[in-house]
Design a protein around this ligand. Sequence first.
Ligand code: SF4
Ligand code: SF3
Length: 521
Amino acid sequence: MFCFQCEQTAGGKGCTKGGVCGKKPEVANKQDELTGALIGLARAAAGKTPGKTADELMMQGLFTTVTNVNFDSSRIDEFIRLVAAEKAKLDPGAQDFPAGTLFTGGEEDIVSLRSTLLLGLRGMAAYAWHAYVLGKRDDELTAWFYKGMRAIGEEHTAEEWLNLLMEFGHINLKCMALLDEANTSAYGHPVPTEVSTLVEKGPFIVITGHDLHDLKQLLEQTKDKGINIYTHGEMLPAHAYPELKKYPHLKGNFGTAWQNQQKEFDNLPAPILYTTNCLMPPKPSYADRVFTTAVVGYPELKHIPGENGSKDFTPVINKALELGGWKEDKQFTGINGGAGLMTGFGRNAVLGVADKVIDAVKAGAIKHFFLVGGCDGAKPGRNYYTEFVQKTPKDTVVLTLACGKYRFNDLNAGDIGGIPRILDMGQCNDAYSAIQVAVALAGAFQCGVNDLPLTLVLSWYEQKAVCILLTLLALGIKNIYIGPSLPAFLSGNVLNILVEKFNLKPISTPAEDMQAILSRC
Ligand code: SF4
Ligand code: SF3
């Protein structure tokens, strides 16, 4: 196996003897085979309209290979079989891409550029899938999956690869816009909401991942059953959607970001439902109560089928009743000891008070905006993000999104004239909201986004972060700080290009970076 797609890759270079994430070599190799088969499917679809089954397989197949999604080789085998059957219908002569050369075949910089596009496509597939299950699709976006996968199987010059990456970035913006529309048209615009971290006594279910459609179905099916629902990780922003928050048994949030799950779920007297990444190999103390759904999978764990459309969560409900929850209420806190978490500052909520924000900037009450967000992860260096936020001056505002927010979302940072200093915009895909807000501010101040008093300080872990970064670069956003370490799949030369073209900066220390940012203001 060879895998270097995530931030925790072995030795900062690549996992070769098994994944740091727990992915076995057999599974890694099958995922490469599946990827090669999807390139074959894309080739077979050239000049044709592939149809619903092929489109679904393309999105699901790519999503399956995202970090911490699927560890079950039998499920990946099934995808390979289905992709082969679909390809045979379109063009039996189309060749699959040789799996073994995906991340190793060719010159270092070309491997780097090819991998970057593939990993971006994997991330985008997850977002496209969430929109798709809510009935939203976009022909240009769907077609780009085929175009991108065909491109991965072809030879290109470095310049052509870079152009493809920028084109991809724009398509991913469309994808995030589509998901924003899917989520907001189904569940309303997020409204600022305080989320409790108290877990009440009695049966409960913990739901994690990004899929709001799964949460909605679970809420419906647990209505009036005496079972409370708690979000975990990336599901936290769900509390802010009017059509989800109206369920009184959606009580609060339990736990923090994904990398803490083995500790947080140890002996948990409740089932946990995983709707997307990030699943870690479960410990024996709670493996019997883990349920996966959609493309998530792990050998021996119970799976709720029904990838697309309605699902029956009865096994999860029965497990919740059997385990019974805790005997007493339990108050939890975030990692810094705070108990109430605010979320729901999506584009609608923030732009709803745009006048106030603009006035505060003009009056000098807000001097700078930071977007501190992205993925969380296990590395000790990720304390950087907590310290960075702690160091932000009192006349600055911190926008945040994705699971990296758990590093500081329980800090009481106060407010500026009623505007909270830490604004949680939602999940990683709500980077779309952040972009919309930045564009609106640039419009109001009649300047470019790069001229705004705004600095992006991003943390990355998996491939959704890769697709978002490519979108930000495609939009011409410069001076982005990125950490905690640089992607192993960026070769020295490719990194140099990004640094030269976009002034992409690896993080250093919170103090140094803060000083550099504020001295430019
Ligand atoms: Fe290693 Fe990350 Fe790949 Fe897992 S996903 S095998 S940890 S690089
Ligand atoms: Fe987190 Fe996996 Fe990336 Fe959606 S849940 S941001 S790491």
